[in-house]
Ligand binder design. Structure first.
Ligand code: GRF
Length: 221
């Protein structure tokens, strides 16, 4: 194949991914690793945190991925934070923005700016248990199944078109930590899978529902 064609093939369809984190960033790490191992037509071009001490930043730096911090504590208002964050993100011209354990609520204008290219993972079977302490609440409710949801982000917290869900059983003696660990292991499978489909243009949103164009299962059980 001529060199020019090879370059075009490599560069043309390459999607640029920016990942936002607040803490350890294990989902971010899973996405970075799968992207490299499976040669996605994509590159994680930046990892941005809202806390300078976010542990995941070190992993990104070691991998040679650009990092940035937009500290919410340094901003006068939520709107100012959203604007500063959008400025940092847009500097990397992403095709996709991935929230991976990003613990700030984003305003409607921010969400609208990235509509259709902003993904989140939430550790519950949405629409059950939006918000915090999902595993504690699932245990208190006597749930027999728990899981995680990858969804496109809308202005409503932890809502939006569902790309993929995982489900695991609640076992006798489980506490919050045990559930979190069991669910997290599935997050590391479904989030990379969902991002991969996005960068391969294999997802469409129709009437608020997400369809995988190859008919692949959007469930992990
Ligand atoms: C995950 O459980 C994710 O679902 C939730 O926050 C946690 C982040 O973990 N939104 P990590 O930072 O990806 O390790």
């Amino acid at each position: 194949m001529p060199a020019a064609r090879r370059l075009g093939t490599l560069r043309g369809p390459m999607k640029r991914i920016v990942i936002l984190i607040s803490g350890r960033g294990s989902n971010m790490q899973a996405i970075v690793q799968r992207c490299a191992e499976q040669s996605w037509p994509a590159r994680v071009v930046a990892v941005i945190a809202n806390r300078p001490e976010a542990e995941g930043l070190a992993f990104a730096r070691e991998r040679g991925i650009a990092t940035a911090v937009v500290d919410h504590r340094a901003q006068a208002s939520r709107e100012a934070f959203d604007a500063a964050l959008a400025g940092a993100i847009d500097g990397f011209t992403p095709d996709l923005v991935v929230l991976a354990g990003f613990m700030r609520i984003l305003g409607a204008a921010f969400v609208q700016r990235y509509a259709g290219r902003l993904l989140n993972i939430h550790p519950s079977l949405l629409p059950a248990f939006p918000g915090l302490h999902t595993h504690r609440r699932a245990l208190a409710a006597g749930c027999k199944l728990v899981g995680a949801t990858v969804h496109f982000v809308t202005a409503e917290l932890d809502h939006g078109p569902i790309v993929m869900q995982s489900a695991v059983p609640v076992l006798p003696g489980d506490d919050e930590g045990a559930l979190a660990e069991r669910v997290l292991a599935t997050e590391h499978v479904i989030y990379p899978q969902a991002v991969r489909w996005f960068v391969q243009d294999r997802l469409v949103i129709e009437s608020g529902l997400v369809r995988q164009l190859d008919g692949a299962s959007q469930v992990l059980m």
